[in-house]
Design a binder for this molecule. Sequence first.
Ligand code: ADP
Length: 522
Amino acid sequence: MPLLGIDVGTSSLKVVIASESGEILGEGVSEYPVSRPCSGWTEQDPELWWGALVLAVPQALAAASLRASDIRAVGLSGQMHGSVLLSRATVESRGVQGATIRPALLWNDQRTASQCERIESVVGGRRALVELVGNAALTGFTLPKLLWVREHEPELAARIASFMLPKDYIGFRLTGVCATDVGDASGTLLLDPEARAWSDRVLGLFGVEREILPSLHESGEVIGVITRWAAEQLGLNPDTPVIAGSGDNQAGAIGAGIVGTGQVLATLGTSGVIYAHADRPRRDAGETRSSTGRLHTMCAADGTKSQPGSWSLTGCMLSAAGSLQWARDTIAPGVPFDRLIDEASSVEPCARGLLFMPHLAGERCPYPDPAARGAWIGLTARHTRAHLIRAVIEGITMTMAQILDIVRGAGVEVRSVRLGGGGARSRFWRELQADLYGVPVATTNTEQGPAFGAAMLAGVGIGVWPDVASAASVCVHESERIEPEPVRAQRYSPAREAFAGLHAGLQDTFRSLGDIDRESQA
Ligand code: ADP
């Protein structure tokens, strides 16, 4: 019973066809550009995503040696937070027309700093906002984007008949229905994650009309069926069910089998993400502004029509394996990562008293500080390239471990951590993660991420499996498990202690260095 999962990424759209035993039968991918009309702005025309889907589906079918009519259900996932704005005419076309009012502002668009400040102050501060919607106001989130369009493009804002997220646009073109899921909606600042419903309070405070919001669903719920028009475009069967799915982080967690108490996914890609399953909507609400909203409280993608799902806590460091990539390109150009990591593993833990702060692109978690910068601290003439690289890998992992500690501090149990991203390819780095996280770590058989999670949700939606946990037990298996090694872990304790105090001590210096940097460019 082939299931099709779609992931609307930032640089490409991926399609996966999976069997009911979780085997990948075929994949397709089609790329598109991000436009940057001004510094800090990132936009994409949603029609590019549809065009990419039309190219990627036949690729996946050909790779799987399947006919389009073999596909039983379609699941959606994609980049979160983007603002897709549809006019009345487009909504009324039921997906046949795809023109949007303006290009979507993407998750990494930075233009909304003043809207974010206003949102927190109107609501009564960051902590009050976290209590209401589970999240601080970050420039990437969707409500600030809506406010920006209203302020700067009022004539366009007046034409908004429907607002939705990137993967929902694909759902709209497939089914003609304006719908989203509670997980992706958690990234809008408009959803009360505890109630799994739009927040009347926030809608009222910011004058967002309920009529423009998509209908809300659990991730494993059918939102509609493929229309005759969409079926002709893609060669799929009309009336094939389309399942709500979720944002890429939540769908990726399903694809990695993060569906139960104590389970966490740590992804060391360009950025580093800790995603923890939570049985209750736990919030990161500390005593001070800087210890509030470092983590995101979101609905998890494990709900079905008959059973509401649970929640997640997510923390993101901006430059994780990206820091290693920078270090490699700068001090060891052309050296393969495997060789570089062998070199680093040949020197002693804590790199002879050398620490590395990996905040090369500012930081979001564990310190929400856009002015944070990177640093090697403790250099001596005895340090070699191997020490520098070892310190980079340790600094990234210590930062991920700090995020995990914030998750624990918010009351979420951490029993084991599954590993993803490029960093998980190295045995040395997997062992280091076990030691610094203090729990067993494991890799899994699934590497397809969100698109695979979306295919699993498609199966749940049509009853291939009764729920998401059953889907995960069939489709996702641990391929290697590493226990932490207490004696080895102990050797890092003094360095971790020193590392924990670095940011507070250097915060002002980072700000001054940023000023110097800007002045020198002026
Ligand atoms: P992206 O976020 O761009 O999808 P990936 O998850 O593919 O990134 O991770 C790429 C990063 O993983 C590289 O920048 C590098 O730091 C790291 N990496 C790549 N290969 C290895 C390896 N064999 N061992 C450890 N780390 C690796």
